[in-house]
Design a protein around this ligand. Structure first.
Ligand code: XUL
Ligand code: CO
Length: 434
């Protein structure tokens, strides 16, 4: 045991009336909702990068945190792992997620970075033998090091493409060894700053080819997890190729990857793309491509990706409503791609942030389940489209042509009468549950 968390002990569920700030008030992992425990519905994961690797910097200033594991030596990386597994244990977190760069020191060349990664994976493997926390997903950080400044698989330099392929292989191997349930690719710098120096078609083709290699390798090694791509419209690139769910789905189809790759959707990214989180979830679910979520929120006043912990129950409830409606998570889960604020220096802040996030998600999921069980929203939806269930309209949709439909409009004097969308009534219905 390290002494980082001092005397803190395992966080317990104490219910909404408890005034203990370091207890769960809404997340009771064993509570059964729609036939499944909250733990199994939500499948929470702690994100290694925000909670252990991030130093508290922002564009105007550097490190504010003073963690004993900051530094480049392997011993520090192991101390970081010790503290990480202590947090997982305190929270009873069923999962964690990591990038290679979060967990191992960067080597002088690829071989040294690979050997550092493998040493940490050995260390994780040992820890996971006695821990209840599993790996939700692993991923490669191909956006922080300057070699990736013009992209990874979309880099104009073939040597960077090669380096990226070797990096992803190493991270897939690590994920596979640790029993990861998914493998994620977020295209951090797969995009461009200016079209003046960018061959967009070539870069997209390279990205499509690269992802095909990832899928081939998954099958070759027998990795049973899901490959996920994570949409984001901009930041760090001015324009990112995996802009939003719809763009990613189009990309996956174009390169023959539908059925092989699903989406990891993030609340803050949805907002950056000008969508709501539930929009992105519904778009993915409509195509059977909903894989997993990165739960966080952005600040509504500053326009960048602030990666805060969620704290808005109505927003979260609508997201889980669409997740539950589509059948819930299979290999996916709720990863807190979220960080404490840079003034939140204390170990308690890190614990409290996760408690708050887990509580909000539990409230959201319970509200979503109650909405589904109530059935009012579903009923309103099916009523709105009910006329499509008549034979004549089913026939029109399946076999109609512009001529045959025009004939019907003329013969039957079809004269549509607008009907209310009932939005306020439906919003009021939601408000009964959140
Ligand atoms: C960046 C982001 C990443 C990915 C993993 O905005 O969301 O943390 O989730 O690379
Ligand atoms: Co993310």
């Amino acid at each position: 045991m390290t002494d980082f968390f001092g005397s803190l002990s395992k966080i317990k569920y104490e219910g909404p009336d408890s005034d203990n700030p370091l207890a769960f008030h809404h997340y009771n992992p064993d509570e059964m909702v729609m036939g499944k425990s909250l733990k199994d519905h939500l499948r929470f994961a702690v994100a290694y990068w925000h909670s252990f690797a991030w130093e508290g910097g922002d564009p105007f200033g550097g490190r504010t945190f003073d963690r004993p594991w900051f530094g480049d030596e392997m011993a520090k990386a192991k101390l970081k792992a010790d503290v990480a597994f202590e947090l997982f244990d305190l929270l009873g977190a069923p999962f964690f997620c990591f990038h290679d760069a979060d967990v191992r020191p960067e080597g002088r060349n690829f071989a040294e970075s690979l050997s550092n990664l493998n040493e940490i994976v050995d260390y994780f493997e040992e820890k996971m033998e006695s821990s209840e926390t599993k790996l939700l997903w692993g991923t490669a950080n191909m956006f922080s090091n300057r070699r990736f400044m013009s992209g990874a698989s979309t880099n104009p330099d073939p040597d960077v493409y090669a380096y990226s392929a070797a990096t992803v292989k190493s991270c897939m191997d690590a994920t596979f060894r640790l029993g990861g349930q998914n493998y994620v690719l977020w295209g951090g710098r797969e995009g461009y700053e200016t079209l003046l120096n960018t061959d967009l078609k070539k870069e997209l083709d390279h990205m499509g080819r690269f992802l095909n290699m990832v899928v081939d390798y998954k099958h070759k090694i027998g990795f049973k997890g899901t490959i996920l791509v994570e949409p984001k419209p901009q930041e760090p690139s001015k324009h990112q190729y995996d802009f939003d769910a719809a763009t990613c789905i189009g990309f996956l189809r174009k390169y023959g990857l539908e059925g092989e790759v699903k989406l990891n959707l993030e609340q803050g990214h949805a907002i950056l793309a000008g969508h709501s989180f539930e929009h992105e979830i519904a778009v993915a679910a409509a195509d059977g491509m909903l894989g997993s979520i990165d739960m966080n929120r952005n600040d509504y006043q500053s326009g960048w990706d602030t990666d805060q912990f969620p704290n808005n129950t109505p927003e979260v409830a609508l997201a889980y409503y669409h997740i539950l409606k589509s059948g819930g998570f299979t290999t996916g889960g709720t990863n807190f791609d979220a960080k404490v604020r840079r003034q939140s220096l204390d170990p308690e802040d890190l614990v409290a942030a996760h408690i708050g996030g887990m509580d909000i998600c539990a409230r959201g999921l319970k509200a979503a389940a109650a909405m589904l069980e109530d059935g009012g929203l579903e009923k309103a939806l099916s009523e709105r489209y009910a006329d499509w269930e008549t034979d004549v309209n089913k026939d029109m949709l399946a076999k109609g042509s512009l001529e045959s439909i025009t004939e019907r409009v003329l013969n039957e004097d079809i004269n549509p009468q607008p009907r209310s969308g009932r939005q306020e009534i439906l919003e009021n219905l939601v408000n009964r549950f959140v």
